[in-house]
Design a protein. Structure first.
Length: 176
C-alpha cells in the first residue's frame, strides 16, 4: 500500500497534475465550505461582473453544510454533500481558477470535461463520517451570506483531512 499524498492549499498546477484517480490524499490549509445556495450566489456575482468574496485561484471548495459546534469544538459534524448538486455551477468556478472540489458521489459529464479542461481535481470524502471528518478541521470562519445558515460561505482550516482522488486532471475516475 502506498502512503497518502500530503498536500497543502492553495493547490499548484503541478500538484494537481501529480494526482491520479484512486490516490489517497491528506489535505491541509484553507478550504472554503459552500453548498447549493452559496454556489448560486457566487455564479450570480460572476455573471454580474462583481468581485467574489474570495479569490478562486488555486483554491478548494468543500461541499458541506456543517452542524453547529459543540462546546470546545470549532465545527459540528462536517460530512460531504452530494457533489452533483453543484454540477451546474462548477465549470464556471473551475474556469476562474478553482483547482479542486470535495464531495460525495459522481460528477456529470460537463463537470468531468471541465476538470480536464482546466486542470483540476475532484476529491471524494467519507460519506456518513461527518463527526469523524470534523476532527480534521481546526478553524471555521464565516466569509459571506450568514443568512444561508449552514449553507453560508465559510473559510475552514484543514489539517491532514483524508480524501480520495475521485476525478483527476486527465479524465481518470474511480467510479468507472
Amino acid at each position: 500500500m502506498t502512503q497518502p499524498y500530503t498536500i497543502h492549499t492553495p493547490l499548484a498546477d503541478q500538484t494537481v497534475r501529480d494526482l491520479k484517480a484512486g490516490d489517497e490524499v491528506l489535505l491541509s490549509g484553507t478550504v472554503y465550505a459552500a453548498r447549493d445556495q452559496a454556489h448560486r450566489r457566487l455564479c450570480a456575482l460572476i455573471e454580474a461582473g462583481q468581485p467574489l468574496p474570495f479569490g478562486l485561484t488555486g483554491q478548494v471548495i468543500y461541499y458541506v453544510g456543517p452542524t453547529p459546534a459543540r462546546p470546545g469544538r470549532v465545527i459540528g459534524a462536517a460530512g460531504p454533500t452530494t457533489a452533483s448538486r453543484m454540477d451546474a455551477f462548477t465549470p464556471a468556478l473551475l474556469a476562474r481558477g478553482l483547482k479542486a472540489t470535495i464531495g460525495k458521489g459522481i460528477r456529470g459529464p460537463e463537470v468531468q470535461q471541465a476538470i480536464v479542461q482546466y486542470g483540476a481535481v475532484h476529491f471524494a470524502a467519507l460519506g456518513g463520517g461527518g463527526a469523524l471528518l470534523s476532527q480534521y478541521i481546526t478553524a471555521n470562519e464565516l466569509v459571506a451570506w450568514d443568512d444561508l445558515g449552514a449553507e453560508a460561505l465559510r473559510r475552514l482550516e484543514f489539517t491532514d483531512f483524508p480524501l480520495t482522488v475521485a476525478y483527476d486532471a486527465f479524465g481518470g475516475c474511480v467510479y468507472r
